[in-house]
Ligand binder design. Structure first.
Ligand code: FAD
Length: 385
């Protein structure tokens, strides 16, 4: 029996498992293939919702579901923490067992390394996990005026537009509460623009000017003093705040760093088209876990999952794998309450923006709901079961 192990049941891992179980339905029924999905917890999260909870665009309990409800038939689910991945020995060690594999797909996402910026964890809020998102919502509810700081600690981080979206949503939230004139919004970015791509940065800068939002570029946070509510930057600048919202430093998952599979920060090197881990056979990595120069986005993880599921299916059936990842990625970019743009790119095409519209905003709210039947558990596949 051929054993396919997927480590990580987030957007990329779940999508890989589901597409594999569909592609290899016949082989699974004949007991010649087994698909195992290993995730450290029972829940699967829709992370874009974490940005929306503080603004009442999504409810807390709409952002997660049990993996058992989302995985299609033919997948064995194991809810345990992987503590070591041995690509040469072809096994994964959890706290309770050793799981052997013939094929492995690593989709372990990211960890947040708060320790890199002293004071960041205690002195600032964020929306990068469910708990912090709920806490931020409470802070915003009781905010009556003052300086709000929104800053990105370092690149790469998940969902590149998320901090800009936050700024635009804050602007509208305070306008709706009729306290915008009592709030100063300051945004900081660690490189020479408001966003990694110049076109998007220029677009955001125009909106900043229209909406009266201040910015600091080339500003790398050095430390935060929670008692003084002050952020000090590498260049010596300081900002005092009443409420600070930051994007914490991102690194590869602990198990990747502990298993020495990735580079210094734990990002895994893969072939940009086949997504095979460099120098390893039948081993793939997808989504946020890779060192690829593409966005850390659910759209990327899902597009890569489909490619990997197809390649593994073709290999197992003795065919030459043909599916290739073309760098596809994209996101709906909220520019306020009731307005959004659409960002898309691939290896050939740098990020391009569609004009802002009400329709994109609604598309985002609709996608929040259909995610569960489209990306997480493809509806068509469910029907075919
Ligand atoms: C606030 C926010 C807003 C976002 N907005 C958007 C958006 O609008 N559009 C978009 O496309 N993307 C967006 N994203 C990004 C998107 O959510 C991620 O890029 C996507 O989830 C990546 O999928 P993944 O499978 O690589 O990682 P994840 O979905 O993070 O999954 C990783 C999984 O690995 C598991 N895991 C980790 N370590 C272990 C271990 N040792 N053992 C077992 N399991 C383990 C975790 O439990 C988790 O389930 C947003 C993210 C955030 C935080």
């Amino acid at each position: 029996m051929i054993r396919i192990l997927i480590v990580g049941g987030g957007t990329g891992g779940l999508s890989t498992a589901n597409h594999l179980a569909i592609n290899l339905r016949k082989e699974i029924k004949e007991n010649s293939v087994k698909i195992i999905l290993l995730n450290k917890e029972k829940r699967h999260y829709y992370q874009p919702g974490f940005l929306e909870i503080p603004f009442n665009l999504m409810r807390e309990n709409e952002t997660y579901r049990d993996l058992s409800r989302l995985s299609v038939n033919g997948i064995e689910l194991i809810s345990e923490n992987a503590i070591k991945i041995d690509l040469d020995g072809k096994f994964v060690q959890t706290e309770n067992r050793k799981i052997s594999f013939d094929y492995i797909v690593i989709a372990t996402g990211v960890d947040y390394d708060y320790g890199r910026i002293p004071g960041l964890k205690d002195g600032t809020e964020n929306f990068y996990d469910l708990e912090n998102s709920i806490k931020l919502k409470e802070k915003l509810n009781s905010f009556k005026g003052g300086t709000i700081f929104v800053g990105v600690s370092s690149l790469p981080y998940k969902c590149a537009p998320a901090p800009l979206e936050t700024v635009f949503l804050l602007n509208d939230l305070f306008r709706k509460k009729h306290i915008r004139d009592r709030v100063k919004i300051i945004y900081s970015y660690p490189i020479g623009g408001l966003f990694p791509n110049k076109g998007v940065s220029d677009f955001a800068m125009k909106l900043f000017e229209q909406k009266g939002i201040e910015s600091r570029i080339n500003s790398v946070m050095k430390y935060v003093d929670p008692s003084k509510k002050e952020i000090t930057f590498e260049n010596g600048d300081r900002i005092s705040y009443d409420l600070a919202i930051t994007v914490p430093p991102h690194v590869g998952a602990k198990v990747i760093r502990d298993s020495a599979i990735g580079n210094g920060d734990g990002w895994i090197n893969v072939d940009k088209f086949t997504l095979e881990i460099s120098g390893k056979e039948n081993a793939f990595a997808i989504g946020d876990a890779t060192a690829l120069q593409v966005s850390k986005a659910g759209s990327v993880a899902d597009a890569q999952a489909i490619v990997v599921a197809e390649r593994i299916g073709q290999k197992i059936r003795g065919m030459e794998p043909e599916a290739l990842y073309d760098g596809t990625g994209g996101a709906i970019f909220l520019t306020g309450m009731g307005k959004a743009s659409m960002l898309s790119s691939n290896y050939e095409r740098p990020p391009s923006l569609k004009p802002e519209s009400y329709s994109f905003y609604w598309l985002k709210l609709i996608y929040n709901q259909v995610y569960w039947n489209m990306t997480a558990k493809p509806y068509l596949n469910e029907v075919m079961e």
